[in-house]
Design a protein around this ligand. Sequence first.
Ligand code: TXA
Ligand code: MG
Length: 353
Amino acid sequence: MRFLSIKKKADIRAAAELIRAGGLAAFPTETVYGLGGDAFNTAALARIFEAKRRPRFDPLIIHIAAAEDLELAADLSVLSPRTRQRLDRLRGLWPGPLTLILPKRRELPDLATSGLATAAIRFPDHPAAQMLIRLSTRAVAAPSANLFGRLSPTRAEHVRDQLGDKVDIILDGGPARVGIESTVLDLAGERPRLLRLGGTPREQIEALIGPVEIAGPVRAGDSGSAGGRDTVPPAGLESPGQLTSHYAPRTPLSVYRREDIAALDYRPGEGFLFFDGAAREAWTARNGGGVQNAGTAVMTLSETGDMIEAAAALFDTLHKLDALGLSRIRAQEAPGGSLGPAINDRLYRASVR
Ligand code: TXA
Ligand code: MG
């Protein structure tokens, strides 16, 4: 594995060459790091599933670097006028953390879409990612560059720690700006539906196309074999990535409302993840001098309770807490609105095992 940097154009070119040759390169996007391969090379696609130990029923997102390239992966000829209008409006949010589910173009390998009639497509808002995609094959399949079911990577080091030599090149672009994965919106049906909450808030989408419903979560137990490989998809699984056991740190995690976490007693060996500094201070005051020993096991997503800052820090902070060998992480819920529901979605999934 070669550890390269987006600061050197030659390094981005090397990663693009590798993808053209059927290899895998991990690269930064504004949301999280992706594990990229040529979307039209079935051997490369197979290697992506292999490297992540991802079940084949969980389809990949196709990354493009120009709005026109949407048709490399999607068949727009079958869209109803209403869907086409929604698509035109939503394109205003591209490049950005929004993945659209659209009817698949026949030429796109079934492996990329796990045999579904639809494809997930995204235009990331990251100059190095765009350059990489443009110089490689213009359609790069890239799931988040973590092992299946584990925390998503927001730094190149997270990718190295989880995937190591399973990836040929890791392009280091520093910490991801948004820090949570893209919002996944299903536009294939007549009613648009949110399949995954993410970096584009629901309100922003609804301002453009009106009300969107949220597809119900799927429980981990419904899957039967979430860790398996070529298993059949669990019945009724619409967006396979919606398995509730997703984003799991190794450490058990519990989620609390703001007033409830501040009322907890500190127990040595446990970690605390506060959303904002004020909640942490309330908890510290309650626990007195005893919490001085807690040290790095007490972390805060944003001192001022800023939602954007908190989302950007979420996975990195969970990675850090997870490395401390704690008996449990007690985490504070984010407030509602904006990226709050997407943050809470990750916290609650991390609490399911
Ligand atoms: O921000 C992101 O989206 C990152 C970066 C690398 O772009 N990528 C990412 O990919 O999060 P991944 O593979 O971890 O998540 C893709 C999600 C999964 O929940 C998957 O089930 C869903 O998209 N998905 C992909 N194709 C789909 C389809 N045709 N229909 C429904 N859901 C689909
Ligand atoms: Mg993922």
